[in-house]
Design a protein around this ligand. Sequence first.
Ligand SMILES: C[S@@+](CC[C@H](N)C(=O)[O-])C[C@H]1O[C@@H](n2cnc3c(N)ncnc32)[C@H](O)[C@@H]1O
Length: 244
Amino acid sequence: MSTSTVDGIDGGAFGAGRGEPYGRALANDRGTLSLRSVDGAHGPYRLDVGSWVRSATAADLTVLDGATGPTLDVGCGPGRMVRAAAARSIPALGIDIAPHAVARTRVDGSLALLRSVFGRVPLEGRWQRVLLMDGNVGIGGDPEALLRRCRALLAPLGSIVVEVEADPALEVRSLCTVVDDDGNESEPFPWARIGWVAVEAVARRAGLAIAAHWVASGRHFVRAVPVPSSVADSVPVSAAAPAP
Ligand SMILES: C[S@@+](CC[C@H](N)C(=O)[O-])C[C@H]1O[C@@H](n2cnc3c(N)ncnc32)[C@H](O)[C@@H]1O
């Protein structure tokens, strides 16, 4: 799959190129992919594509708690969160640079655009909630730049919900590939992983404060809110409220 025509993308894209493992997994509705760091900065990391193509789980739904206004799912994949939001009468749009993912999201009329988060996004500055699920804070390999970009997409009272890693201090950025169980491997692409404590400093540099941290079915989430540039310090994650 070429991503060169997608606005805002000029490098390798998640799981794309060469053996197209991500496209194959979505086409087959199943599979476990491994995220591998090209330089060995971190060990292989398993990604359960099956959970992305199924309906949203109770843990997934916690990220929609309190949401009523426009919700943007960045890197929506086949669209389970867009579907779950719409089912709760929350206006929702998914964006993704993978054509097969966008096509899958649209299958039942759910809204998705083939668009990079770093390109032109509709309703810029008016999204009440922006979602970065399933490790999507790794998009582009620079969480600070991604969070700053997502901050720009938010309405003044909006928030970003980020799924982060259980390892609190984890912070890795590297070129990665995705490989499936049959050995089909993608082109390298920049990616990052970040833990639930490490994200606090990164968010602060992006002009955000962590307002909440919670754990659902073993998965960690934080909710980040914009901080006026005049406010120097954010709420420490350890003091953040326990629920979204
Ligand atoms: C780890 S997968 C997450 C899957 C997804 N959340 C789901 O429910 O299936 C990362 C997703 O982010 C997408 N992605 C990668 N770079 C992107 C970008 N710059 N803008 C938007 N989406 C991107 C990939 O195509 C892929 O679908």
